[in-house]
Design a protein around this ligand. Structure first.
Ligand SMILES: [Zn+2]
Length: 272
């Protein structure tokens, strides 16, 4: 099994994120698995995960470089990691950073979280980065939709602007684009390289209603949906995410695609 949506921050940043999540006013949740580093690897191994991504994102200048270096060191140490970095255009050196993480560090892709970074996907300062990614076949995991608490729903419009310019850019829309499933379905129909991850989808939870795009969505995009969990920043048991997807009764062949084959194909991993 491959998990395409795992966060892998340094301990101090994880602690800050978990503290933020726990503040009742924020409408989030108390994170169940307060794990970092090798603890994450051990916990995921127990759940049957062989390889997983290292999603990080920056919310202020100067942080992306630190995170990218941390991911590089961690990936050198642990072969289970599928290294993903990030770019913060406010740093003013996005093209240089993109060359570093993709050409020198050989990362498989990067994560952008526009709501946290306050940097829009269609900010032209990202365009040189997308150009490099498109040329090298790197993957953009992004969270442009409103789940769980964000007020803006124009993410698909912004992403469409990007894809109009970079039609071969491989993009994974996190959380199946919840809650704007229709908008992201249209995007997937128009652009060949739009993919989805399942993080939080279909888990029956008091924190997230309407988190399942439905069985038809999974069947329709069965070659483009990749299993993801949002581990460790989840309020539920990890197995609940797996069980929820099994509960859709998609059949063995579709499940194999979802839990591993689609990721192997997209990322180019062997034997995972
Ligand atoms: Zn996430």
């Amino acid at each position: 099994m491959i998990d395409i949506h795992v966060h892998y921050f340094p301990e101090g940043m994880f602690q800050a994120i978990w503290r933020y999540f726990a503040i009742p006013d924020h409408g989030l949740w108390d994170v169940k698995y307060k794990l970092y580093g090798s603890q994450i690897i051990q916990a995921l191994k127990k759940e049957g995960v062989k390889r997983f991504t290292t999603l990080v994102y920056a919310h202020k200048p100067g942080l992306a470089g630190y995170l990218n270096d941390f991911i590089r060191e961690s990936a050198d140490q642990f072969p289970e990691l599928i290294p993903f970095g990030t770019v913060f255009v406010g740093d003013g050196r996005s093209e240089k950073v993109a060359r570093q993480i993709f050409e020198q560090y050989k990362f498989y892709g990067m994560k952008l979280h526009p709501f946290v970074s306050n940097e829009n996907l269609d900010d032209p300062r990202f365009f040189p980065v997308y150009e490099i990614m498109q040329d090298l076949g790197k993957i953009l995991v992004c969270h442009p939709s409103s789940v769980p608490i964000y007020q803006k729903t124009d993410g698909s419009i912004r992403l469409r602007k990007v894809l109009n310019q970079f039609q071969r850019l491989k993009v994974i829309v996190a959380h199946c684009g919840a809650f704007e499933y229709e908008d992201y379905s249209l995007l997937a129909d128009d652009f060949e390289y739009i993919y989805f991850d399942t993080a939080f989808n279909c888990v029956h939870s008091e924190f997230l209603a309407n988190n399942c795009p439905g069985r038809e969505f999974f069947l329709r995009y069965q070659d483009r949906i990749l299993f993801g969990s949002d581990f460790p920043n989840i309020p539920h048991r990890y197995s609940k995410q797996i069980d929820s997807l099994h509960g859709l009764n998609l059949g063995e062949a579709v499940e194999r695609k979802l839990f591993s084959d689609n990721a192997i194909k997209l990322i180019g991993l062997e034997g995972a």
